[in-house]
Ligand binder design. Sequence first.
Ligand code: AVJ
Length: 333
Amino acid sequence: METATTQIVPAAIGINQSSKTNQFYEDVVDGLQASPKRLNSKYFYDANGDKLFQDLMNCEEYYPTNCELEIFSEKTAEICKAIIGDGDEFELIELGAGDATKSACLLRYLLEQQVDFTYLPIDISENVIAYLNVTLPVTLPGIRITGLNGEYFEMLEKAATISNRRKVVLFLGSNIGNMTVNEAESFCRQLRNHLSAGDMLLVGFDLKKNPKTILAAYNDKEGITRQFNLNLLERINRELKGDFDVTQFDHYPMYDPETGACKSYLVSLTDQKVKIDNRETIHFIKDEIIYMEISQKFTVAETDQIAINASFKPVNRFFDNKKWFIDVIWVAE
Ligand code: AVJ
């Protein structure tokens, strides 16, 4: 029998734990057997990684969060006016919602204006989704929310089975920067295929700027970015019975101002071998790297080009005061 408590806590929708662990194992082993070795940055976000990312967002050098927060708090009415459009009810879907601090600016305003919408945050972290499902109904009374825990497109398809109302998709925080320009373009094309003409996309891009400013954001003095990267090795130890000695790896961030690619690597400090689940042994030679993450930086022209090539029409641009970051609104054509 259902208790009152289970009824008031909205259920998270997602995929089962053991198939997630198998996928994680396969991706890790494939990546570490590749040349050069690589790990997928989407796996940064377990409970520890979420906490480290929170710390990063609060650290002095990591500017993107503050820039976007400034845009969302200073331009709330304008942004909301654009997404409300003719006033038809809609689903507000957020890809990689995280703690939803930025979207909460919009959610609060939309609720105050009594706009008819449902909030569907999607996140790879089950920790994040459980948190949003429980806290948002308290901080934003009256919100209709269904958290979706999983991969973006799988969860978008789930969202489509929940309703066929107009969709407004939020993709904030330069999450799109975890893709190269080409990957971002095919991602947006795939996203367009999950939408209907007239649906909207609000995307946050981190812009090219002084290379020193960018590199410093991924090389903070406190070493949080370093820990954030090393945490993935620790997560492999915890969840996949790995035996990484994280003291034997160093963090190496780099930024290429020509291409706008900011990349993070871990560097093996010695010849060493690492076992995973007693099934695979991975050999490292001294100075061998693991490619961990790309945080691509864009020009405004590149964002327009991505929109057009993915069959969206760019309709609005919102900058922070320093013009370091941009939130754009695109309409599916
Ligand atoms: C969450 C992907 C936007 O790339 O800037 C922060 C993650 N990595 N510091 C980014 C991150 C290192 C972040 N995104």
